[in-house]
Design a protein around this ligand. Structure first.
Ligand SMILES: [Zn+2]
Length: 93
């Protein structure tokens, strides 16, 4: 679990993501459907076109969060993990 002074929180306060609903997806899906999303909102890890790299996207598709940051910050931001079935990729276009 992350500390309040975590360096990643100086990159992004995460304020807009408080209590967001997060859908799991993978790097390949993001590259295909939402190529404007290029890196993790917190640690800036680049999105790779890779089905084995897991990501989490909020329902408005405004950004993505890597698996590590998701797990580190999920309690702090009270994220709710969805099943990924209702990602509406067309919203990102
Ligand atoms: Zn990250």
């Amino acid at each position: 679990m992350a500390e309040k002074e975590d360096w990643r929180l100086s990159v992004n306060s995460g304020a807009l993501l408080q209590k967001a609903c997060m859908n799991p997806t993978d790097g390949e899906e993001i590259s295909k459907h939402a190529p404007q999303i290029t890196r993790c909102e917190f640690c800036l890890e680049p999105v790779q076109n890779n089905p084995y790299q897991w990501w989490f996207v909020p329902s408005d598709l405004s950004c993505c969060i890597c698996e590590t940051c998701f797990n580190d910050f999920k309690e702090m931001f009270e994220w709710r993990k969805l099943d990924g079935q209702d990602i509406e990729w067309r919203l990102s276009m």
